[in-house]
Design a protein around this ligand. Structure first.
Ligand SMILES: Cc1cc2nc3c(=O)[nH]c(=O)nc-3n(C[C@H](O)[C@H](O)[C@H](O)COP(=O)(O)OP(=O)(O)OC[C@H]3O[C@@H](n4cnc5c(N)ncnc54)[C@H](O)[C@@H]3O)c2cc1C
Length: 245
C-alpha cells in the first residue's frame, strides 16, 4: 500500500552539486513506481517531533532500491539533514509511491516537452531514465533552467549522449553564470527558447513543468501563450519561489 509508512535504509549517496545529493534508499517490498511520482519522507527527532516533506523519485526502481535527489534549502528542517547528515545505514521513514497525474508511462508514444527549473529536474530525469531503460521512442525535448554550471544535476548523464537516448534533445538555460564555451548570455528561459527547443503545438505534446512555484507559473504561461493545450500541461511545484533558478 502506498499510504503506509515504511522504513527505508540509506544504501548509498553521491553528490550532485555542492548543495545537493542523491540518496539511494533500500525499501523492502517496494511495489515499483511510475516516472514522475514522489515519496513523503518523515524524520522523527529524539523528543518525538516529526517533520515530513515530499521528494520526487529520481530514477526507476532497481528491485527494492529507489533514488531521491535533494537540494539543501538553507535553514530548512528536512533537506539539510538529507543532504549533509544522513549516512549509509541510517533509517528514515517513507510513504509512497504518491501522485498519479504528473506521471509518464513508457508505452505512451505521445511526444513530450520537459521544462525543469533547478531541482525540478528530478522527476523529469526519472522520465528520461525510464524512457532509456524501456527503449521507448516517444520524442523528448528537455529544457533545463539552472543558475550556473556548479548547480547542474546529473551532468555526466545529461552532458553526453547515452545509449537509448536517441530522440531526446537537451537544452540548458543558464540564468546567472554560463560555462565559457556557451555563447548564450545568462538569462532566464525565454518564451522564444521554449518555442525553439520545445515542440510545436501541432505535435500535441504532453508538457511536464517542474520547479519552484514562480518558475512553474511562468513556464506554463509561456507554453499556453505558444498555443499548447492547457489540458496537456502538467505541473509540479516544489515550494516557495525562493528566487528563480
Ligand atoms: C511533490 C513534491 C516533490 C518534491 N520533490 C523534491 C525533490 O525531488 N528535491 C528537492 O530538493 N525538493 C523537492 N521538493 C521540495 C521539498 O518537499 C521541500 O519543500 C524542501 O526540501 C524544503 O524542505 P525543508 O524542510 O528543508 O525546508 P523548510 O523547513 O520547509 O523551509 C525552510 C525555508 O525555506 C523555504 N522553502 C521551502 N521549500 C523551498 C523550496 N523548495 N525552495 C526554496 N525555498 C523553500 C521556506 O519558505 C522556509 O523559509 C518537492 C516538493 C513537492 C511538493
Amino acid at each position: 500500500m502506498a499510504g503506509h509508512w515504511r522504513v527505508a535504509t540509506v544504501a548509498a549517496h553521491r553528490p550532485e552539486t555542492p548543495t545537493a545529493r542523491t540518496l539511494v534508499l533500500r525499501v523492502p517490498d517496494w511495489p515499483g513506481h511510475l516516472a514522475g511520482q514522489h515519496v513523503d519522507v518523515r524524520l522523527t527527532a529524539e523528543d518525538g517531533y516529526t517533520a515530513q516533506r515530499s521528494y520526487s523519485l529520481a530514477a526507476p526502481a532497481a528491485g527494492d532500491l529507489i533514488e531521491v535527489t535533494v537540494q539543501r534549502v538553507p535553514d530548512g528542517e528536512v533537506s539539510p539533514y538529507l543532504v549533509e547528515v544522513a549516512d549509509v545505514g541510517d533509517q528514515i521513514e517513507i510513504r509512497g509511491p504518491l501522485g498519479g497525474w504528473f506521471v509518464w508511462r513508457p508505452d505512451d508514444p505521445t511526444p513530450v516537452v520537459l521544462v525543469a527549473g533547478g531541482a525540478g529536474i528530478v522527476p523529469l530525469m526519472s522520465m528520461v531514465r525510464t524512457r532509456r531503460m524501456a527503449r521507448a521512442k516517444a520524442l523528448f525535448r528537455l529544457l533545463y533552467s539552472l543558475r550556473s554550471p556548479a548547480e547542474r544535476y546529473y551532468s555526466t548523464e545529461l552532458g553526453s549522449h547515452q545509449a537509448g537516448d536517441g530522440g531526446l534533445d537537451v537544452f540548458l538555460a543558464y540564468t546567472r553564470e554560463a560555462p565559457e564555451e556557451v555563447t548564450r548570455p545568462p538569462h532566464r528561459l525565454a518564451l522564444s527558447e521554449i518555442n525553439t527547443h520545445g515542440l510545436p503545438p501541432d505535435f500535441a505534446p504532453t508538457c511536464f513543468v517542474c520547479g519552484p512555484t514562480g518558475f512553474v507559473e511562468s513556464a506554463a504561461n509561456a507554453l499556453v501563450a505558444l498555443g499548447h493545450d492547457p489540458r496537456r500541461i502538467k505541473t509540479e511545484r516544489f515550494g516557495p519561489s525562493g528566487g528563480r533558478p
